[in-house]
Design a protein around this ligand. Sequence first.
Ligand code: KG4
Ligand code: ZN
Length: 350
Amino acid sequence: MPVILAIESSCDETAASVCHDGKVTSNIIATQKIHEQYGGVVPELASRAHIQNIVPVVQAAIETANIKLNDVDAIAFTQSPGLIGSLLVGSQFAKSLSLALDKPLISVHHMQAHVLANLIDDPRPDFPFLCLTVSGGHTQIVLCDSPTKMKVIGETIDDAAGEAFDKSAKLLGLPYPGGPLIDKYAKQGDASRFKFPEPQVAGLDFSFSGLKTSILYFLQNAGTSLVYKEEFKATEDEKQRFINDNMDDICASIQQRIVSILLNKLKKASVQTGIKHICLAGGVSANSGLRKAFEETGMKNYWKTYIPAFEYCTDNAAMIAITGHYKYMAGQFADLSVTASARAEWNEKL
Ligand code: KG4
Ligand code: ZN
């Protein structure tokens, strides 16, 4: 049964993991703190930090799993999508290791791995299942027939759910990444206080850019209207006072709208496909409002619901390792000519 060493470097976390026979035996992550002062990830700084982190992170993954490099049967790495400089560090490292150890290489699509994070621990969903993947860069509903056969049946046409949280937080003057802060303030707030519009998007696709605009106008008007009116524009002081006095309720109202946009489409996807084993994945599934509403929606609709452990929701290498395991079992290997790619069509890469 294979021992997989996996490397993830698509954004601002350098991560390595070992999985043995489908069980994760180490999961190491170095989070890059340098970006906080810039209000977002700076690609060039991310690449440099990956170069510094990758050797110690891989070494720690091997040591924690209590194996030697030569025990590894295959090396899996995130090939796409992500920041190209960051992906290149991980992919070149994996390719070099594959060449040096003479072990096969497995290229992994990051979004497939987020979905398969649901197969790391028990309880695991039955196939076919649906997965709502919500991260800083993606929002997708995926229909998963098997670990290596899945299809995106709905996705955002503009911002991702994580971006909607982060951009809303920025409008409120909160630091990056603002999602966890909105979650924190929302816990004490009244979600029914302010009403933000639900976008009308056909089918199973999502849109979040209209929400961002309505929040911008709402704050410019210091909460007097959801519609931007030129004749009433609050002064900077009035706007700031309004935000300070109402932070909890504003955050709760924004969060509730983002959650309802996500879950309404998920309900629709379940009805359309008849599938009731339903998973969450991605960094935004750490949101307490989303987790609670997901469970409640599941109870009402007789779903079986699954959410990976927190450390497998945000970017990590264990999800790359488990995907590597299933690709190994299916004989899906890459050769050394494989290259990292910032964007990749989902279906062509599985
Ligand atoms: O999956 P992830 O770790 O990285 C990407 O692949 O993008 O997701 C990061 C995103 C960020 O937008 C962050 O604000 C959001 O997940 N996030 C949250 C929470 N924790 C992380 N959003 C809302 N509530 C949270 N508790
Ligand atoms: Zn991710």
